[in-house]
Design a protein around this ligand. Structure first.
Ligand code: FAD
Length: 430
């Protein structure tokens, strides 16, 4: 463990920033979170995190890491109304077939504002942490070799803050690459994978005295549409329709129910029909997964590293973003335990370990992105597309294949498991 001293600053107080701040408290005297918005403190989506209106699941692997950083948080979230569910507790349909088996992996299904505000409360309660809310990071200060602080802007004007180490957790809005270019350095390669998606969500409540529906996940492969039904805090039910394509989405309650009615099984429609809508329908569009490959750069400034969506953001339909953030924070903790983050070479070794984490989440959405684009296909991609489609069908008949697929989706197992002999032969001879 490196000696505890100095001041670390975290840019952005969302999921990645809050988790990173927790880890930094093990290594610095003071940790300051700078957030241009207010930190999440209630059950409404924040202005700067509009995805908060849509269902968020923390995958099994992410949950384990978050629980390690904040012991007891899963119980706290469940007591507050989140649902902790294994596959046996969920009505999961793939291609219209119900999948069910006993499994030990547990996903946390909740509203994002509830998760984020719980994390924010736990992080800001830590002794060494202070939070500057409604304070924007205007600039990074330093030299091409090292970031040494930031300039912030709030209602009172601008001022400089010195830092021994900075984490950039500003999400997709991060302009670290631009700052590097201003400093005369190369910026990271910017890679996109154009699998668009759109979401429509609405919060409901049951009629007084009626039970809430249980957790449902229905995927309709042919037209890429799926639905998530999450029982959430305050006896409410969050229903999100998601499509792996830009398509017209429902604007009225009647149209929303009609979408559910068109699914291959009646369960989702039956579950939502008796509920009372509490909110207007919220819509979001997502154009492409994006990654900034800092690991490719020969020269990196020291004293600053990016994390979470500031490095890569993924098609949300796969529900990986928060788990990737947690995996990167876990890796950051290992780096900090081994090396003083002020030492030369820290950034390089940190990004070297981030690469396989991003790769882990990048593969399946990127493969899907190529499905509708024959120009992005070679023989290998065509085989993988055929194979993954056949694997989904096999998963409706083989518990072994379904379990492996689920473990990969939960980021507990690497995607390579889907091509190992036990799955491969089942898929081939199904
Ligand atoms: C529709 C949708 C559904 C999703 N569903 C899931 C899901 O089910 N499961 C899952 O794991 N992930 C999901 N995600 C992804 C998930 O929301 C993100 O990956 C996750 O929020 C991690 O983001 P982050 O903390 O890195 O960045 P963000 O959440 O984008 O936060 C960045 C923060 O930085 C702040 N900031 C930006 N610029 C400045 C500045 N100049 N000064 C100060 N502060 C600044 C912002 O205000 C914000 O608070 C979904 C995403 C979308 C769009």
């Amino acid at each position: 463990m490196t000696p505890t001293k100095g001041h670390a600053i975290v840019l952005g107080g969302s999921i990645s920033g809050l988790l990173a701040a927790r880890v930094l408290t093990d290594h610095f005297d003071r940790v300051t979170i700078v957030e241009k918005d207010k930190l999440a403190n209630d059950l409404e989506p924040r202005k700067s995190a509009p995805q908060g209106a849509h269902a968020h699941a923390l995958l099994s692997r992410g949950r384990t890491i978050v629980e390690g950083l904040f012991p007891g948080i899963s119980d706290e979230l469940v007591k507050g109304g989140a649902t902790l569910a294994g596959i046996q507790d969920v009505r999961v349909y793939i291609l219209g077939w119900r999948i069910s088996f006993e499994d030990s992996d547990r996903v946390l299904a909740m509203t994002r504002p509830f998760f984020e505000s719980t994390l924010a409360r736990r992080t800001s309660a830590l002794n060494k942490v202070s939070v500057l809310e409604e304070t924007e990071v205007a600039e990074i200060t330093g030299t091409p070799d090292r970031a040494t602080g930031i300039t912030v802007r709030d209602a009172n004007g601008t001022r400089d803050l010195a830092a021994d180490f900075i984490i950039d957790a500003r999400g997709r809005a991060s302009n670290l690459a631009d700052w590097m270019k201003q400093m005369g350095l190369e910026g990271p390669p910017h890679v996109t994978s154009p699998l668009a998606s759109c979401y429509s969500s609405c919060l409901y409540e049951p009629e007084p005295g009626a039970p809430r529906p249980r957790l449902h996940q229905v995927a309709k492969f042919e037209d890429k549409l799926g639905v998530l039904i999450f029982p959430v805090e305050k006896n409410r039910v969050l229903v999100s329709l998601g499509a792996n394509a830009i398509m017209p989405m429902p604007k009225t309650q009647e149209a929303f129910l009609a979408y559910l009615h068109a699914l291959p099984v009646p369960d989702a429609y039956d579950a939502v029909k008796p509920l009372r809508a509490l909110t207007p329908i919220a819509h979001s569009r997502f154009s492409a997964s994006v990654r900034r490959d800092y690991h490719m750069l020969k020269r990196l400034p020291e004293g600053i590293v990016a994390i979470g969506d500031a490095i890569a953001s993924f098609n949300p339909v796969f529900g990986q973003g928060m788990t990737v953030a947690a995996l990167e924070v876990e890796w950051l903790a290992k780096c900090l335990a081994k090396t003083d983050p002020r030492a030369n070479g820290f950034a390089k070794s940190y990004y070297a370990g981030v690469k396989p984490i991003v790769d882990l989440a990048w593969g399946l959405p990127d493969l899907e992105a190529r499905r509708n684009n024959p120009k992005a296909q070679n023989w290998l991609i065509r085989f993988l597309l055929w194979y993954t489609e056949r694997m989904q069908k096999t998963a409706t008949r083989s518990v072994y294949v379904a379990r492996t697929l689920l473990r990969v989706q939960n980021m507990v197992e690497p995607p390579a498991k889907l091509f190992g002999p036990p799955v491969f032969f089942r898929v081939l001879f199904a």
